[in-house]
Design a protein around this ligand. Structure first.
Ligand code: ADP
Length: 266
């Protein structure tokens, strides 16, 4: 028996109607994508092609105008802590400490501290935040704030983590450190991850599969299985003979096919 995919977007269309200006934006059209439980998939595509819209549909912030969006075989309903989100700018509570930010969701749900204390400590350790638990978040660098945001999303043990260019605002070195931390943390928290980026190396370093989107209206034009075994290091990845060729072929695809939204065979 073939098991059904954990996430399924089937022939999805998303149209935004602006009643005030009477303008319609067709963000997604004919987009189909499946993700298995525990998989790490990067959505890669040009700016404005609808990547965030795909995450919004899965988070339950938006509904498709056509097609089907299901998680675990059920249509996506309201936003739920089972689906954690991390955005480009860490959306933390500035008046709360690092620890109180991380434990916000279970405390809000009235869960006893014994339920989440150990997990919080393990996330603090793996995200390199030990010693900063009592710091206010405004005292932290951008990279540290983003680590708090990831720990806060993971504390609820989400089945699905939706990440929208979470490292896009960071400098190159911090970004690489964060990517390594994310991979290390995921070794312990094996949730399914859908990660949006427009950075080819980031996608290849992090993902099991890279789904490439066309220009708006977005749809998946190519689905690539990343050939690097885990655990990965960035240095080992770029040293493989196949890396340059894979990156070059994705650049060509984004330039040629994604730019005109043409179908790509294979
Ligand atoms: P990406 O994440 O790939 O940059 P988005 O998903 O943010 O792209 O946006 C895709 C298109 O849909 C863009 O043209 C954007 O302006 C439009 N769009 C997104 N959200 C809305 C909205 N709430 N109302 C109107 N247009 C929207």
């Amino acid at each position: 028996m073939v098991s059904s995919p954990f996430i399924e977007l089937a022939d999805v269309e998303k149209r935004f109607d602006d009643r005030r200006t009477r303008r319609t934006t067709l963000a997604l059209a004919g987009l189909s994508l499946t993700v298995a439980e525990g998989e790490f998939v990067c959505l890669l595509g040009p700016s404005g092609c609808g990547k965030s819209t795909v995450l919004d549909l899965l988070a339950g912030f938006e509904r498709p105008t056509r097609g089907r969006v299901t998680i675990g075989g059920k249509p996506v309903g309201r936003p739920d802590p089972d689906r954690g989100m991390v955005f480009q700018e860490a959306t933390l509570f500035p008046w709360l400490s690092v620890l109180d930010n991380i434990t916000f969701a279970p405390r809000l749900a009235g869960r006893p501290a014994t339920d989440y204390r150990e997990r919080a400590q393990s996330l603090i350790d793996v995200m390199g935040l030990r010693g900063f638990e009592r710091h206010a978040v405004y005292e932290l660098s951008g990279g540290m704030r983003q680590r708090v945001a990831i720990a806060r999303a993971w504390i609820s043990q989400p089945l699905l983590l939706l990440m929208d260019e979470p490292f896009g605002a960071l400098d190159a070195q911090t970004r690489l450190d964060m990517q390594e931390l994310l991979l290390a943390a995921r070794e312990r928290n094996r949730s399914t991850v859908l990660f949006v980026t427009h950075d080819i190396e980031e996608a290849l370093f992090l993902a099991d599969r890279v789904a490439i989107m066309s220009h708006r209206p977005g749809r998946i034009v190519k689905d690539i299985v990343v050939p690097y075994p885990r655990p990965r290091t960035y240095e080992a990845m770029i040293a493989t003979p196949a890396f340059g060729e894979l990156k070059r072929s994705i650049v060509a695809m984004l330039r040629r096919d994604a730019a005109v939204g043409a179908p790509v065979a294979g």
